[in-house]
Design a binder for this molecule. Structure first.
Ligand code: ATP
Length: 366
């Protein structure tokens, strides 16, 4: 099936700054696509070009196969939800949702039907007469989405819409937004700097850095199979060591960390050679903890350390281990069995992990 949205070699310069640098991607119909990246990487600039608020310096934007480059924003089959929602506080909920339809000249009875259908879809039936300021933050979010969706856009753009909400509501809205996208069966393009938002909601995620897409894939692809050091460091928590490669054998790597430890990792098909500067990334859940070194003898990376801090969080608890040989702090997941729940700050622990779990990348600067 034709994708709903296609950006081809999209570029935008501001003077000497290349905010978006030759970015190409496709968003399949009915999917939830996120652009994830740090502040200033170019996310909003891409959205503004898709919406038509900003002209690209080069490249093309196609919606359902047709270029919209020469189409003014109000004629493009896209709509946008902003962080601050831009609802009209003086109007009631129904008038807010029906605003775009009224402007398009739709008869009143038809608007009333569409508004009521939209209220049902967002789980707020029958409250059209109420005032906007009677709604909770999460309900306002849903109304803002309904106001866009009654216009039946091919693509809905969402620019950090959860950014202004408190943490608890944000957690709930992640699940709700995904359900709303499925209920409306519309393509959502969502931008965020929050990896957990992107991971929970998206079918596909583009990780963006300095104007370029580093990798596009599912959350699992990005988390388990990162293509670049940036993605490995940005998506999910990870331990990270820099050093120089001493030896390679097949896919295996031996890296001397800058703090002097010999660490084993894996190149996962990337070309790395002895003498190269490189970084190894190890997820906290890949590291095992034991009472004695013998229990970890089958691992090719082992360390002795002391517990620096304990981050108790039920089944997702972690400790921070201070390595005794000066290799810094290492985050380690605690087993869910509770076996290590009596550890205290300063307890000595043994940790170990397999070299295959150490994802090795060439360092950006040698
Ligand atoms: P944030 O998450 O902080 O909103 P972002 O990833 O959306 O960041 P953009 O707002 O797209 O980033 O900005 C990308 C780059 O382009 C930045 O270096 C920014 O300073 C620059 N930029 C954006 N808009 C303009 C403008 N109108 N004039 C000049 N530079 C701009």
């Amino acid at each position: 099936m034709q994708p709903d949205l296609e950006c081809v070699n999209l570029t935008r310069r501001f003077g000497d700054t290349v905010a978006v640098d030759n970015v190409s991607f496709e968003v399949p119909r009915g999917s939830f696509f996120s652009i994830l990246g740090p502040s200033g990487c170019g996310k909003t600039t891409i959205m503004r070009m898709i919406a038509g608020f900003l002209e690209p310096s080069a490249g093309d934007i196609l919606i359902r196969g047709g270029s919209v480059i020469d189409t003014p924003p109000n004629k493009r089959p896209v709509n946008m939800v902003f962080q601050h929602l831009a609802l009209f506080p003086m109007m009631n909920i129904a008038d807010n949702i029906g605003y775009g339809l009224r402007r398009a000249g739709m008869p009143r009875a038809e608007i009333a039907t569409k508004v009521e259908q939209a209220l049902e879809r967002i789980g707020l039936p029958g409250i059209g007469e109420r005032k906007i300021n009677e709604l909770s933050g999460g309900q306002k979010q849903r109304v803002a989405i309904a106001r866009c969706m009654v216009l039946e856009p091919d693509v809905l753009l969402l620019d950090e819409p959860l950014g202004a909400l408190d943490l608890k509501l944000r957690e709930r809205m992640k699940v709700e937004l995904k359900a709303l996208q499925a209920a409306f069966d519309t393509t959502f393009v969502y931008i965020t700097h929050d990896q957990s938002e992107a991971l929970v909601m998206s079918d596909d995620i583009a990780v963006m850095n300095e104007g370029r897409f580093e990798q596009v894939g599912s959350g699992q692809d990005l988390y388990y199979r990162p293509d670049t050091a940036f993605v490995a460091g940005f998506v999910g928590d990870t331990n990270r060591w820099a050093g120089r490669i001493e030896r390679t054998e097949g896919d295996g790597i031996e890296l001397r960390t800058d703090s002097g430890m010999l660490m084993r990792g894996a190149a996962h098909g990337r070309v790395l050679s002895a003498g190269d500067r490189a970084e190894i990334f190890v997820r906290p859940e890949a590291i095992r903890i034991a009472h004695s070194a013998e229990e970890l003898s089958h691992f090719d990376n082992q360390m002795t350390g002391r517990v620096g801090s304990i981050l108790f969080n039920g089944a997702a608890s972690r400790i921070i281990v201070q390595d005794s040989s000066g290799n810094g702090e290492i985050e380690v997941n605690l087993p869910q069995s509770g076996e290590f729940s009596t550890l205290t700050r300063g307890s000595e622990v043994q940790i170990g992990w397999s070299g295959a779990q150490g994802n090795c990348f060439a360092a950006a600067v040698s």
